[in-house]
Ligand binder design. Structure first.
Ligand code: HCA
Ligand code: CU
Length: 418
């Protein structure tokens, strides 16, 4: 089993050998170290939101039809470009859901996701969706233990399935993806992508880090190769088993990917994929205005709450933007600076997401600036000396026991009256 792209020399050798075998000139210069970054990708990308497909594979998820409609509408108003739905081949219910959501007239394009076989394709083209995402495993493990097909057979069946769909609906958007791309051999992958590309049937290729094994540099390398090999759009789907999903999605864009898969709160198989809120955070810091123009940022929190409620989990405290701790400032050194200029310790402005920052003062790390700020909020005027003493009293108390904000307020009122 080969793992792609780690040894750069071997990687270069593999790919050169691959193109020689295919009797094709290399479409790019292997010796050049120029950054292929498609700067456009970081501004002009699309989110393929798959809470209603990958997210349905989360251990705690069980969405009713009305849940799905509610989530689809929320994602549509947020502004995601695509909404991916569970295969209509899974059950009569998922089939009905595809029809129903495709008919809602959403601004987001509606996709369904199928295995690479004619039976799935026949049902999918009938659902009225705008596009079909097709996937087939290319790693040795998945070829032996999942569908049992050789690379030749994969190319053959993919050609049939894609040809069938294209003929049935020439305008449908078609994406072809290799499952477990990062445990597939590079030459197998390129062979599959190139052969499919030649057919001229797909709009987009997908790369899937199905088991969350890839590192950002591996993702960069593979996307870069595909970017230089094909003119087609490139979609990246990254699992989060080792916590690299957001970084991997970001580097995919840096390397020229055009579409990124997300789910709300990252829900999916095992511990899920790139979270919507995490990708938004990552891209917002590059260019807040561009992201604000693209998405209704004020509803990100409510979408996360909606999905968390539907699957019966709390929003984890450390989630980018929407976690309860995301905008809380505690140590005196932080609160002092944030009160003067929030940008000192915040790269994301909570108000852009309809959220508020919190200045925590009920703890022994607090400082007189934060306490003075609380006095202002309460309309109290403490002299500088009193402020120092009051702050010390609060620190001492908080060190020995849990104190409440109300308790602190009482102390401050007492000091102001003494
Ligand atoms: C899965 C399939 C998939 C598909 C991704 C894609 C993956 O294993 O459930 O279509 O690009 O992670 O490979 O979600
Ligand atoms: Cu997946």
């Amino acid at each position: 089993m080969k793992n792609i792209a780690f040894d750069r020399v071997k990687f270069a050798f593999d790919i050169e050998r691959f193109f020689i075998c295919m009797s094709q000139p290399l479409p790019f210069d292997l010796t050049s170290d120029t950054n292929p970054t498609n700067a456009m990708s970081l501004h002009d990308f699309s989110i393929v939101e798959t809470t209603l497909r990958e997210g349905e594979q989360f251990c705690k998820a069980r969405f009713s039809s009305s849940d799905k409609v509610e989530i689809a509408k929320a994602l549509d108003s947020f502004g995601v470009e695509y909404i991916e739905l569970t295969s209509p081949r899974v059950s009569i219910y998922s089939r009905k859901d595809c029809h129903q959501i495709a008919e809602l007239g959403l601004k987001s394009k509606v996709l369904t996701h199928i295995r690479c076989n004619l039976e799935d394709a026949k049902v999918a083209v009938d659902t009225g969706v705008d596009g079909i995402n097709i996937v087939i495993g290319t790693s040795d493990l998945l070829r032996y233990f999942s569908h049992g097909k050789s690379i030749e057979e994969i190319i053959e069946i993919a050609s049939k399935v894609l040809g069938f769909i294209r003929q049935a609906n020439p305008r449908i958007e078609l994406r072809f993806s290799t499952e477990d791309s990062f445990r597939s051999s590079l030459s197998d992958l390129l062979r599959v992508y190139l052969e499919i590309d030649r057919l001229g049937l797909v709009d987009r290729f997908g790369i899937a880090d199905t088991v969350g094994i890839a590192t950002p540099s591996q993702v960069f390398e593979l996307v870069k190769i595909l970017r230089q090999t094909t003119q087609k759009d490139i979609e990246f789907h990254g699992h989060n088993d080792t916590g690299c999903a957001i970084a991997n999605s970001y580097t995919a864009l840096e390397a020229g990917a055009t579409h990124i898969n997300t789910t709300v709160l990252g829900i999916g198989e095992r511990n899920g994929i790139t979270p919507l809120e995490g990708l938004v955070a990552r891209l917002y810091v590059l260019n807040p205005e561009a992201i604000e123009r693209k998405y209704a940022l004020g509803s990100l929190g409510s979408i996360c709450k909606l999905v968390a409620d539907k699957v019966g989990v709390e929003i984890p405290f450390d989630r980018c933007i929407v976690g309860s701790a995301s905008f809380s400032h505690k140590a005196g050194i932080h609160t002092k600076a944030v009160l003067k200029n929030s940008r000192t310790y915040e790269i994301i402005a909570p108000e852009d997401f309809g959220l508020e920052r919190t200045m925590l003062i009920d703890h022994p790390l607090t400082g007189k600036y934060a306490i003075s700020h609380r006095c202002h909020q309460l309309g109290l005027n403490l002299s500088p000396d009193k402020l120092v003493v009051a702050t010390q009293k609060i620190k001492d108390l908080a060190y020995t026991r849990q104190i409440s904000l109300e308790g602190i307020d009482r102390i401050l009122v007492e000091f102001s009256q003494s």
